[in-house]
Ligand binder design. Structure first.
Ligand SMILES: [Mn+2]
Length: 244
């Protein structure tokens, strides 16, 4: 599997400065492609991402990088889908260029993805505008209440939906995990998945033949405790990139 580093926190609205340090730590010892960043120009960074990234595993960086990575996948396939593990729906505004709080809404509004091809897992904090957007647009999402005691059945539903896509993009915002497991990130949201629960999902999702692109974002080494978030991030990379 090909690895890419996107060392940028430019789309984090200064709320997760430091997450640009994560790729070097998480992909330590793995041969990877460094995407060129212009720290003063996010539009140029986004263009570089779009031009340089391809199928494989991408480590960020803030969540806005998914916008350009998914855009690339959408040029190669007719019916790509996106499964996002995240505490937040990232549908707040539709700023251009999109920030890490908006990129899902912008992907939908700009017609880069069909709204029925978006699946959100692990949502537990959203503002009223975001809730209305998800409901109006009938976006498939599984919040903390739906997930409670129901992980296996929800995973069945996610898997069934994913089989309809000709290419699958899996995006993991580390804040989907409970802060007890992953404290090194920008927004600490209690009530998240345990690492065991996340690994259950990932072990099943990686069996899908249409899985083409994966990203892992929002890990912030500056906010980490005993390096545990970086460690779990490394395990996520290994789990998804190694066979068996
Ligand atoms: Mn996010």
């Amino acid at each position: 599997m090909k690895f890419y580093k996107i060392k940028s926190s430019q789309g984090s609205l200064r709320k997760n400065n430091g997450c640009e340090k994560a790729p070097d730590l998480i992909l330590e010892g793995k041969e990877s492609v460094n995407i060129k960043i212009n720290p003063n120009n996010i539009e140029e960074t986004n263009e570089n991402i779009f031009n340089s990234v391809d199928e494989g595993f991408i480590v960020g960086g803030d969540h806005s990088i998914t916008f350009s990575c998914f855009r690339k996948l959408s040029k190669k396939y007719k019916n790509p889908g996106l499964v996002i593990f995240d505490a937040h729906p990232d549908c707040e505004n539709d700023f251009r260029p999109p920030s890490h709080e908006d990129f899902v809404k912008v992907l939908i509004r700009d017609g880069i993805i069909k709204k029925e091809n978006v699946i959100l897992v692990g949502i537990r904090t959203m503002d009223i505008k975001e809730k209305q957007f998800l409901q109006q647009e009938k976006i498939i999402y599984f919040d903390d209440k739906k997930l409670f005691n129901n992980i296996e059945e929800i995973c069945d539903v996610v898997m069934e939906n994913c089989m309809k896509f000709d290419a699958l993009y899996l995006s993991i915002d580390i804040d989907v995990l409970d802060p007890a497991f992953a404290p090194g990130t920008g927004y600490l949201e209690p009530g998240g998945l345990s690492s065991k629960e996340l690994f259950y999902f990932l072990r099943r999702l990686k069996l899908l033949n249409n899985l083409k692109m994966i990203d892992l974002v929002e890990v912030n080494p500056d906010k980490d405790v005993n390096g545990m978030t970086v460690k779990i991030a490394k395990k996520i990379v290994d789990e998804l990139s190694l066979k068996g």
